[in-house]
Every structure is written in structure tokens, then in C-alpha cells.
Design a protein around this ligand. Structure first.
Ligand code: ARG
Length: 584
């Protein structure tokens, strides 16, 4: 049990004793870490929450509760209008630390109700650039997958690539007429993009070009063999290029079920929606309109204009018979429930698609399809000028370029810090530092806000960056190497005396609370800022509490705390897919 869970159950028992039959049903007292340690480690406002309902003065209720809690592990205190503050005794932390030493999970309990969760992330489009927006989806989605697996859920990661769409008309023509085979072999993603861009330009300038491309698309959709073969090859080379990127990022997908995988399901799906009376014809198109289930303010199928609520239907078949992004997403959702038995589906996609997902989930509700469906949205990445992040020439920045530059810059950091490191190790460390820097810069942000992409900051050895945390880890590990060389072991129980070591233990104990809540809210930044705080606490501890220069049980205890710190840092960063080198 985490400390808040423990305190919450103590409070529950006290509530029963104090209020007996007057206790409202289903009350779980919330216990949260205090913002200010002067008020103790944790606090609860349950007395204030309940006082009115049970007709008591909150301070009186709090004081009655305190009188019913007997526990030598915590000191309790009544504060302000009725807060209950808890101070955890150092001996309790010491015992926790000892327990964690033999616990692989460092105190993090498995989820009590494991679920099957499909996580839909990355999902770039074939022949279109995988740009920085996809960076966010890729990195956030991967870390949520790792976190959910660690918590004991069954995770199905699915890369729903955009492998079917109008861009293929232009690509087909380009492939047949202006393809550079060599470039395709060396960098397929860029070559397909080049073709797409060039044909796109030509369509604007040359009369009839657009129709020629459209005709190619129609042929593809009608099953023309040559076009199908080219299309397949486009997907294959794109996948190969993407796999290289994902390898560098150490990201794997269980499935790559792109949009095209659902082509055959679209027509029957639309027919079914019509037959059930959920969809109907409107101006030739097939649409789903609001069924009035929600209040207008919450209805994704309505929009307010000049004080009136107007319909914004989900279009699932165009008047020309073509299907849409929404149709594919409905079919995809069905598949995930049928085949993967998904309880929950998380879509890690930018905020601009919020409306789209709300509509999809609402249509599913009308069809009676149940599950916990979440749009895990995120903001944009900005350049230093606070405008959308672009290259100097104004192009969108490709993910491959970002990775390459991160590694090049990390090489310089490593070179400066450890010029004597063997060349091979330098390469590996630069890889971990460069990739780690991109990932941590992403994951330490509140995903809903925009953030500024700043190379210097993310690779800095100070501040909340991957290199800072990696460097902290390296420092802890070096203590170990020295201890080992001197034959010193951490072989006695942990004792906590100094404020700095108590604080370090307090934070290590909190890891078991932070990991579950990070996943619950899909907010990796909670874990990121925790890890940063832990690393900072370690540095203060190291200044205040000599480890190798102390003796006996104190030295052994301090060494054990170092070891726990190192393990939490490594495991926590591992949940972000960030490697921690032993030296740097
Ligand atoms: N390919 C889409 C894009 O780049 C993202 C797909 C997200 N997943 C989904 N099921 N719609 O915008």
C-alpha cells in the first residue's frame, strides 16, 4: 500500500467510528502530498469536505477523527479551518526503504483491474512528411505503452499509418514519371515526399495534370494491378524508412494496421448505420446527426452560430461514394473491440483532431458500442520564435533530421565531458543522450500545451533535462564503483537521521504513488518532474551526507539509499524509453 492509501484507510476507520450511521456511503478520504513540508508530508481535507453534509464544524470533526487514530508511524496535526496533516516518522521511511531493496517494482503495485488497452500512436502518413507533430504522438504514445504494461495491463500498440488516401493519385503518376530509384533506395521517405511535392506543384501549374492524377487514383481504387503494385511498394519502402527511425528511438509496435486494412469494412459499416437509422442521406452524402442525447454544449455534432445550435454531422460517405477518415476510424474501432477485445482505446493524436474523436465516440455510443475511449491530445511544437517549428527554408522539420541532429549535438556534449572515453562507448553514450534529450524534452511538458523546441536547453547538463538526469545517475553509479573497489557493501538496515537523507527517502517512497497517477491521467510530465526532483534531492543529499567518508551502519545505510536512488532513476527513465549510461 502506498502511504496515501494507508492514511486514507486509517481515516476511513476513524470516520466510521466518529460518524457511524451518519457517514455517507462511498466516501474515500483523499490524501495528497503537502506542497509545503512544514505542514507535514501528507494532508487531507476530508473533514472540510464532509462537515456540512453531516452537520458538524469541520475543525471539530477533524479533531474527533484525530482522537480515533492511533498510529506510531505518523504524527497527526489539525491545521487551519480543518486540515489534517500527517508527518511520517523517519523510522517508517527507513522500514519502507529496506522493503524496497528487495522489490523489483520499487513499491509500485500492479493495477488491481488489469485492462486490454489498444494504444494508437505515431501513425504517420505515407508519402507525407513525418513531422514534429508525429514526434509528440510517437514519444508520448510509447511512454504510455511502457507505463501501462508496467502497471500490468495488456497493451496492444498499433501504428495506424495513413496508407490510403488522395495523395496516392499524385504519387502514382510521380512514381511512373519522375522517380529517382537511387534516392528511393537510400531515403525512401524523403524521395516519396519529393515526388509528392513536385507533382503537387505541377498540378497547380499544368492544365490537365490534376485530372491525370485523379485518374490514377480511380484506377488504384478500382484494383488496377500496376497501380496496386506501386502502392504496395510505396508502403513497403515507407515502412522500412520508419522502422529505421523507430529502431533508433527503441520503439516497437505490435501491429501496423494502416487505414487501408479497413477498406473492405467501410461499405458494410455505412449500410449498417443506415439500416439502424443512425445515419441518413443529406445532400447526397451519408451523415450521422445529433440524436439529442447530450446537452448542446457537450454535443460534438452541434455547433453554435449566432446564438443558434446548428448541426455539424459526421460525414461517413461522400456524395461521390468515397469514404472518409471518420468512416475508417469507426471500422478500426470495431475491429479493435472484436479482435483485440479492447476494454479501452487511447488515441494519441494532436488537439486539432479533438472534434473528430468526440464525433467517433459519439457515433459508437449511438451504436451501443461500449468501452473507455480516450483522445489523448497534445499541443504543438514551436520554434524559438514561438511560431510552428520549421526548418530555415520554411519546411516542416522531419523526425529523422531531428534525431540526426540530436545525436550530433550529443556527441559534442560527450566529447567535452569525457574526451578520454573509448570511441565506441562515446557513440553509444551520444545515442542515449541525444535520443534521451528529445524524449525527455517532450515528456516533461504538460502535453496539452505548446512547447518551444530548444536544442541548447534540452541538451543542457543542468535543469530538467535527460542529460542532467543521466549525469545524476552516472554520479550515483560512480559511488558504487568506488565502494566496490574498496570492498564496501551496503549490508545493514537503513537508518535515517539527517534531514537530507530523510527527504531522499521520502521521495524514493513517493515513486510508488507517482507512477500509477502518471498513467491514470496520461501525463508523463508528472513522472518527469518527480524524477527531476529526485535527482535534485540526491545532489543535496550527497553534499550534506558523505557516503564513502562515513563509517559503519551509517555508511552502509547511505550506500543503500544511493542504490535505491539509482534504481528509481533508471526504472523511471526506462518507462520513458530513455537509457541511462553507466558513464558519460
Ligand atoms: N494519420 C493521422 C495523421 O497524421 C493520424 C491517425 C491517428 N489515428 C487514428 N486512428 N485516427 O493525422
Amino acid at each position: 500500500m502506498t502511504i496515501p492509501q494507508l492514511l486514507s484507510s486509517l481515516l476511513s476507520k476513524a470516520l466510521q467510528a466518529v460518524l457511524a450511521d451518519a457517514l455517507p456511503e462511498g466516501v474515500t478520504p483523499a490524501v495528497t502530498p503537502s506542497n509545503d513540508l512544514r505542514f507535514g508530508d501528507y494532508q487531507s481535507n476530508i473533514a472540510m469536505v464532509l462537515a456540512k453534509r453531516v452537520g458538524m464544524n469541520p475543525r471539530q470533526l477533524a479533531s474527533d477523527l484525530l482522537a480515533h487514530i492511533q498510529c506510531s508511524d505518523f504524527e497527526l496535526e489539525l491545521a487551519g479551518p480543518g486540515f489534517i496533516n500527517f508527518r511520517v516518522n523517519p523510522s517508517f521511511y527507513a522500514a519502507r526503504m529496506d522493503a524496497l531493496r528487495s522489490d523489483d517494482r520499487l513499491g509500485v503495485a500492479l493495477a488491481s483491474d488489469p485492462k486490454s488497452i489498444v494504444i494508437d500512436f505515431s501513425a504517420p502518413n505515407v508519402a507525407k512528411p513525418m513531422h514534429v507533430g508525429h514526434i509528440r504522438s510517437t514519444i508520448i504514445g510509447d511512454s504510455l505503452s511502457r507505463l501501462a504494461r508496467f502497471m500490468g495491463h495488456t497493451v496492444i500498440s498499433d501504428n495506424h499509418i495513413g496508407d490510403w488516401g488522395t495523395q496516392f493519385g499524385m504519387i502514382l503518376w510521380g512514381w511512373k514519371n519522375i522517380l529517382d530509384e537511387k534516392a528511393l533506395a537510400s531515403n525512401p521517405i524523403d524521395e516519396l515526399l519529393r515526388i509528392y511535392k513536385e507533382v503537387n506543384l505541377r498540378c497547380k501549374d499544368e492544365l490537365g495534370m490534376l485530372d491525370t492524377c485523379k485518374a490514377e487514383l480511380v484506377e488504384l481504387q478500382a484494383g488496377n494491378e500496376e497501380n496496386l503494385a506501386i502502392w504496395k511498394q510505396c508502403i513497403e519502402v515507407t515502412k522500412r524508412g520508419l522502422e529505421h527511425i523507430y529502431d533508433q528511438l527503441n520503439i516497437k509496435f505490435d501491429y501496423w494496421l494502416g487505414e487501408s486494412a479497413y477498406n473492405d469494412a467501410l461499405a458494410p459499416l455505412v449500410d449498417d448505420l443506415i439500416a439502424k437509422g443512425i445515419a441518413k442521406k443529406s445532400n447526397g452524402a451519408i451523415c450521422v446527426f445529433s440524436d439529442g442525447y447530450h446537452k448542446p454544449q457537450q454535443d460534438p455534432l452541434l455547433v453554435q452560430k449566432d446564438g443558434e445550435w446548428l448541426p455539424v454531422p459526421a460525414i461517413i460517405r461522400k456524395a461521390d461514394g468515397g469514404f472518409l477518415y471518420a468512416t475508417t476510424d469507426l471500422a478500426t474501432l470495431d475491429y479493435r473491440i472484436d479482435k483485440f477485445k479492447a476494454d479501452s482505446i487511447w488515441y494519441v493524436v494532436g488537439i486539432p483532431q479533438e472534434k473528430h474523436f468526440k464525433q467517433i465516440f459519439d457515433v459508437e455510443r449511438m451504436r451501443g458500442v461500449e468501452g473507455d475511449f480516450r483522445h489523448v491530445g497534445f499541443g504543438s511544437i514551436m520554434g524559438k520564435d514561438h511560431k510552428p517549428f520549421k526548418t530555415r527554408s520554411g519546411d516542416t522539420v522531419s523526425l529523422q533530421d531531428v534525431i540526426d541532429e540530436a545525436i550530433t549535438r550529443a556527441e559534442k556534449v560527450v566529447e567535452e565531458k569525457s574526451p578520454d572515453m573509448p570511441a565506441e562507448e562515446k557513440v553509444a553514450v551520444a545515442q542515449a543522450v541525444g535520443i534521451g534529450a528529445i524524449k525527455f524534452a517532450e515528456l516533461s511538458q504538460n502535453r496539452m500545451s505548446d512547447y518551444v523546441f530548444d536544442w541548447d536547453r534540452m541538451l543542457s547538463l543542468s535543469g530538467d533535462t535527460a542529460p542532467y538526469l543521466q549525469n545524476s545517475y552516472v554520479r550515483v553509479r560512480s559511488i558504487f564503483r568506488k565502494a566496490e573497489a574498496a570492498g564496501i557493501q551496503a549490508d545493514s538496515a537503513i537508518v535515517l537521521n539527517e534531514a537530507a537523507e530523510i527527504h531522499l527517502a521520502r521521495l524514493i517512497s513517493r515513486y510508488s504513488e507517482v507512477v500509477p497517477s502518471t498513467l491514470e491521467d496520461c501525463r508523463p510530465n508528472l513522472l518527469a518532474s518527480y524524477l527531476y526532483e529526485l535527482a535534485r534531492a540526491f545532489h543535496s543529499y550527497y553534499e550534506a551526507c558523505p557516503v564513502l567518508r562515513s563509517e559503519g551502519v551509517v555508511r552502509s545505510s547511505r550506500l543503500a539509499l544511493c542504490e535505491l536512488t539509482a534504481r528509481v532513476l533508471k526504472q523511471g527513465m526506462g518507462l520513458f524509453g530513455i537509457d541511462m549510461p553507466e558513464r558519460m
